[in-house]
Design a protein around this ligand. Sequence first.
Ligand SMILES: [Zn+2]
Ligand SMILES: [Zn+2]
Length: 496
Amino acid sequence: MGNSSGKVQDLSVLKAEITQLTQGESCEMEFCEGEDAEAELHKHFVRCRKNPGHKKFIPVSQFGTQHLPASDDADGAVAMIKKLAVDTVKLIVRYTSKSRPDKFGLPTLKGKRTPRFGSGVYLPPSDSMENQPCPLKDCPFSKDDHLVTATFSVVTAAHVVYDDDEAVVTSVEFFYDDDKDRSGVVTAVGVQIRFVDEGADLSSLRCISHDLDLFHKLESHKTLTKDVKWSMSDPMAVLISHPHGCSKQISVGDVVERKELTPPQRPSFLRPSFKDGEEAKAMKNASADAKKCLAVLLEKVFGLDKANTEGSGEDQLTIALHGSFLGELRAEGCIVSVSESERDFWQKVLVQTGGTDSSSSDADLGYDRSWLTGVMNEVFSPPVSNFLAAPQKAFSIEALEKDPVAVLELLLGPSQEQETYAPSSYGNVKNLTKFRHMSYSIPSCPGSSGGPVFCWRRDGDELRVSSAPHSRAGNNKNVSGLSVQTDWVPSTSTSS
Ligand SMILES: [Zn+2]
Ligand SMILES: [Zn+2]
C-alpha cells in the first residue's frame, strides 16, 4: 500500500509544518522542506489546518460581488480589488539571514537555504521606466551583455525579506493566478533591500526582471478591469495573497479595532551622559563663531554636505538620523544654525586649514588670522576635539530600539513613510490620519505574510483606505494586526 517516496514527501511536509510553528507570532510564511516545491506546496494547501478547504479564499478570476457586503457599488469595488490584485506577487526567499531579530523566530533556519514563501506588492520604478544593463553578477539568464527592466520595488513584511542577504535570493512571481496554468507567470529577482522597518514589520526590496515586457503586461492586466469609480457604505477589509505559496487568492473580512496615532513623544538621540558631560559643556560655552564652524564640520563628518544625492534607503535613513542628531545639538545650544554664506565660508576655511587646528593661508578669504586662530583653538580644544574624534559616542541607539515607529516618523516624516506603501493602482493619494495599530479579521494562511491588506471605510463624504503588508497573525487565528497605518483617500474614489 502506498509508495515509499510518497511517505518521504509526507515527512517533508510534516517537517515544514514544524518549521511553521517556530516562526514567531507575527509571521505567517509557508516553507518547503522537500525537493519538488510545487508538489510540496500543493500538499500543504490540501492539508491546511488553519482554514481547511479554503472556502473563504477566492481565486482572482472567480471574485465577484457575491463575495462582498451588499452595496450599490459592489461592481466598482470588485473592479478595484481586481486591479489591486494585479500588483500582488508571490515571493520565494531561498535563504534565512543570520542577522534576523529573534522576534521573527526561525532559530533553526538561520543561515540555511530552506525556501520560505510569502506575498508582496509591486510598486513601479520611481524615476525612469527605461531598460538597463543587467546588474547581476554571474547572471543565470545569460552570460552575454543583456538588458533588464528598470529597477522597481516590491513591498512586503520585514519578516519575509529582512536584509540584503535575503533580498538577493528572492524570486518574485507576477500573475500567478491559476495553479493549473502558469504559462502567464513572469518572474523577477531581488537585487537589494531598499528599506526595512522591523517595528512596522515592513520592508521594501529593489527588483529587476528579465522580461522586458513586464510593465506593459502589468498595465494591460489592469485595463482588463473596467474604469474604477466606487464608494462604499460599510467598512471592509481585504487581503490578497498567495496562501501556501500556491496561486493568488482574495479573502474578505472586517476591521476589528483601530487606534489612532497620537503625536509621538520625540525620542532623544543624545545620550544623557553626553548632555551632562564635559564635551557638551565646552561646546555650549564656545563662541558663536566656533559653534558655526563646528556645525559645518559636523555636516561634513556626517556627509550631510552632499545629502541630496540619491542613495539607498539605508543611506537616506542614516542621513535623516544624522540630521536629527545635529538638530538636537542645536536645541542643546552646542552648535548654531549657519546661513548659506556662512556655510560657504567655513567650508573654505576647513578646506584651507585641512580641518586641523591652525590656519595656513588666509589671504584670499579676507579674515583676520588671530581671530581665526582663536576660533580654531576653541573648536579643537580637548573636550570638543574628543567629541569630534568620535561624535557617534554621544548618539543613542537605544532611542531607536525603544520606539522604532516614533523614530521613523521623526526621521522620515509622514509623507515619505506613506510613499512606501501606496499601490500604483491608486494613483496619487491624499495622506490623512495615521494609525499606530489596527487589527482585522480576515482569513489568512501560511504564505499570506506580506500580502497587501486593504481596509476601507467611509468618513463623511470620503472613502478612506489603510493598507499594509499582512503581519502579526498572532495567537488568535482569527484576528491579525497591522502595526502602523496610514489612512488615505484614493484618487479613484468618488464622493457619493
Ligand atoms: Zn490554508
Ligand atoms: Zn541578467
